[in-house]
Design a protein around this ligand. Structure first.
Ligand SMILES: Nc1ncnc2c1ncn2[C@@H]1O[C@H](COP(=O)(O)OP(=O)(O)O)[C@@H](O)[C@H]1O
Ligand SMILES: N[C@@H](CCOP(=O)(O)O)C(=O)O
Length: 307
């Protein structure tokens, strides 16, 4: 059996719609093994929205690898141990896709290169901003091209923390993409290019004072925040408590605030405020570090059946 550990991820990071994302230290584990025949899928905690047949996202990701390399297991057992909350903007689907591709590649003897896996994952997800950090870790700047992903991975220092606010309701990425406008104004495109460029420079040079300005967005948040009660309240709370920027995580509904080494004071202030605020949803709160490793093998026992 092969066990693969794959991180959550937060995409967009403010202005970098579909091209920036970071892996986070919150993990799903995918255990796979070749069996004589059939497909057995188990999941814990169990969730009715997780398919247990060929529609399962991890299985579908694995199948893209088998189709690509022309090797198929006789049968397959998949066990999913999930820590990443579903449909909350923390890359649960990217974790399934990148982790499934990574596990399938191990099962078939490592026929695909890392670049090929990154491309297959981004193609399946439709954008590379979650799938690439889920695969290789770090904070990634990535563009999906015709046949490859062009990307740069930045190894995130431990002093930068990610304060994650997770509400008790879901928002599917598909839905949150469909409500975006087909066209945007030229000035909004200019606004975002400036902020995304500033973010890339500020984060890689450690100029965190620029992050509140660099994480502003006009491409997706103005439209999506209407679907997220409390969005402005949580963002303002974070900024008042000293965050270096606060924004929607991926398509939402989770919100992320960037915090530096003063995170313990930030954490205390936020927890106190959350307890007394009048909010529509219940918001879970946790402080995470970036994961700089991506999908990794947890353990390998025997891999596939003898042929
Ligand atoms: N652990 C899992 N196992 C199987 N499918 C999953 C798992 N996690 C997420 N999914 C699939 O991904 C969907 C959520 O994807 P999406 O709407 O993109 O949200 P997210 O922001 O969490 O990636 C779920 O409805 C489910 O179909
Ligand atoms: N760039 C995408 C990112 C979606 O991330 P998810 O974690 O919400 O699936 C978008 O904003 O649609």
């Amino acid at each position: 059996m092969i066990s693969v550990k794959v991180p959550a991820s937060s995409a967009n990071l403010g202005a970098g719609f579909d091209c920036m994302g970071v892996a986070l230290k919150l993990y799903n584990i995918i255990e796979v093994e070749e069996i004589e025949k059939g497909l057995i899928i188990t999941s814990s905690p169990d969730d009715p929205s997780i398919a247990k047949d060929e529609n399962n996202l991890v299985f579908r990701a694995m199948k893209t690898v088998f189709d690509e390399v022309g090797w198929y297991p006789r049968g397959l057992r998949i066990n999913l141990i999930n820590e990443i909350p579903l449909t909350r903007g923390l890359g649960s689907s990217a974790a399934c896709i990148s982790g499934g591709i990574y596990a399938a590649n191990l099962l078939c003897g490592g026929k695909l290169s890392e670049e090929e896996m990154i491309y297959l994952a981004a193609k399946m997800e439709g954008h590379p901003d979650n799938s690439t950090p889920a695969m290789i870790g770090g904070l990634v700047f990535a563009v999906l091209e015709d046949k490859k992903v062009n990307y740069i991975k930045f190894v995130v220092p431990a002093r930068l923390k990610f304060a994650v606010f997770i509400p008790d309701f879901q928002l599917s990425t598909e839905y949150a993409r469909n409500i975006l406008p087909k066209y945007i104004e030229f000035k909004d495109a200019v606004f975002n290019i400036g902020r995304a460029t500033l973010f890339a420079s500020a984060i890689t040079t450690g100029n965190y004072e620029l992050l509140p300005a660099a994480t502003q967005d006009r491409l997706h948040q103005p439209y999506r925040k209407k679907l997220i009660p409390d969005f402005d309240k949580i963002v303002n709370l974070s900024l008042e408590a000293g965050a270096k920027g606060a924004f929607l995580s991926g398509a939402g509904p989770s919100i992320i605030a960037l915090v530096d080494e003063n995170y313990e004071i930030f954490e205390q202030n936020v927890k106190n405020a959350l307890a007394s605020m009048d909010l529509v949803a219940n918001w879970d709160f946790m402080i995470l570090e970036a994961d700089n490793s991506g999908a990794t093998v947890f353990s390998v026992q025997s891999t596939s059946l003898k042929r």
